[in-house]
Design a protein around this ligand. Structure first.
Ligand code: PLP
Length: 363
């Protein structure tokens, strides 16, 4: 009697071969097994968010900002739409399937004056006709689903980007099922908002919407007559350039600390850098000796100046992770101690106090 072999019986669940969500690589599954982290803590910004958004710029192929928000692909679409479109703005929507329709629904709710450019399911997009329609309408934005997941079709985003540019429209691109699976060239194609989700080719769990924002989209947001109606999804609100601000605060805390010790900065104040502090060493203290003492005794490596100012200046970097009180305060402390060891006496703790004040006033 023939026996039915049930090949799937040792699987606890079916393998996900649907067009998203997709299977997760084992290291990703392992990484999910972590205690909760505090998303508004500086350590989350420095250790998780900034490195991730930096890496995503490569994936998106953009020099613009990539914003990550809790949600999914449609969160990204909605955030993009609500941020740049105001009621009554003309929007030309290319509809070639179910996800073009989703864009239409979202734009409708935002109050856009819609024109749909319909494409027969599974058929090519008539670029010449689209160009004529765009020319006639002069819309504020043109939207396209790069990879229409409902019909398994990839549309020529680069060409649509050119049309959008020619008519001065923003180009909003849904890359939910293409990013990281198909070469998506955000900047090269003139995409102003590139909107996607985490659970498809990025091979991450469901739970994030991602939007890259180019300069023209920021301008459109800044020029709005009224603020976006959603607080949560207003991309302008997500823009806060934490990274630059963090470097600015850390550098000014470091300078305040150094000057609090009675030292002077080397450059003209109008030129102070937020990533490299160049400090005049006290008279009669050898810069190489300070560097050595700090390294050997206090475990912190700073640099001397270079070239003509090698023996008269010290350099301290505040870059990336080290642009933070966790690094700046111990460095100042070590500098004060090393200088003291070498015969320069500052008011004990005065530098640290000055730096702490800067951090305290800017947190
Ligand atoms: N756009 C496209 C092209 C999609 O394939 C999907 C989902 O499959 C969405 C938007 C909606 O994304 P989500 O389900 O992540 O909200």
């Amino acid at each position: 009697m023939p026996v039915t072999v049930r090949w799937a019986q040792c699987l606890t669940r079916p393998v996900l071969m649907i067009p998203g969500p997709t299977e997760l690589p084992p290291p990703v599954i392992q990484a999910l097994n972590q205690p909760p982290t505090i998303q508004y803590d500086r350590s989350f910004d420095e250790g998780v968010l900034e490195p991730t958004t930096q890496a995503l710029r490569e994936v998106f192929q953009t020099k613009g900002e990539v914003i990550l928000m809790p949600g999914s692909g449609r969160t990204a679409l909605e955030a993009g739409a609500v941020s740049v479109i105001e009621p009554g703005d003309r929007v030309l929507i290319i509809g070639a399937g179910q996800f073009g329709i989703l864009m239409r629904e979202i734009m409708n709710r935002v109050g856009a004056e819609l024109t749909e450019f319909s494409v027969e399911l599974g058929q090519p997009l008539d670029l010449a006709r689209l160009a004529t329609e765009a020319e006639r309408l002069r819309p504020k934005a043109i939207t396209l689903v790069h990879n229409e997941t409902s019909t398994g079709t990839t549309y020529p985003a680069a060409e649509v980007g050119k049309i959008a540019r020619r008519v001065g429209a923003l180009f909003l691109l849904d890359t939910v099922s293409s990013i990281a699976g198909i070469d998506v060239r955000t900047d090269e194609w003139g995409v102003d908002l590139n909107m996607t989700g985490s659970q498809k080719c990025l091979a991450a769990p469901l739970g994030m919407g991602l939007v890259s924002v180019g300069p023209r989209a920021w301008e459109a947001m800044e020029r709005r007559k009224r603020p976006a109606t959603s607080d949560t999804y207003d991309l302008l609100r997500w823009r806060e350039p934490q990274r630059f601000r963090r470097h600015e605060i850390a550098a000014s805390a470091l300078r305040a600390g150094v000057m609090g010790m009675g030292l002077e900065m080397f450059p003209d104040p109008s030129l102070w850098s937020n990533t490299v502090a160049s400090i005049r060493a006290p008279k009669d203290v050898e810069t190489a000796a300070v560097v050595q003492r700090m390294r050997d005794q206090y475990g912190i490596l700073i640099g001397t100046g270079l070239d003509k100012i090698r023996t008269t200046t010290l350099r301290i970097g505040t870059m990336g992770m080290t642009a933070s009180p966790h690094y700046v305060l111990p460095t100042l402390s070590a500098l004060e101690l090393a200088l003291r060891d070498l015969g320069y006496k500052a008011d004990p703790g005065a530098g640290l106090a000055a730096a702490q004040e800067v951090f305290a006033n800017n947190s």
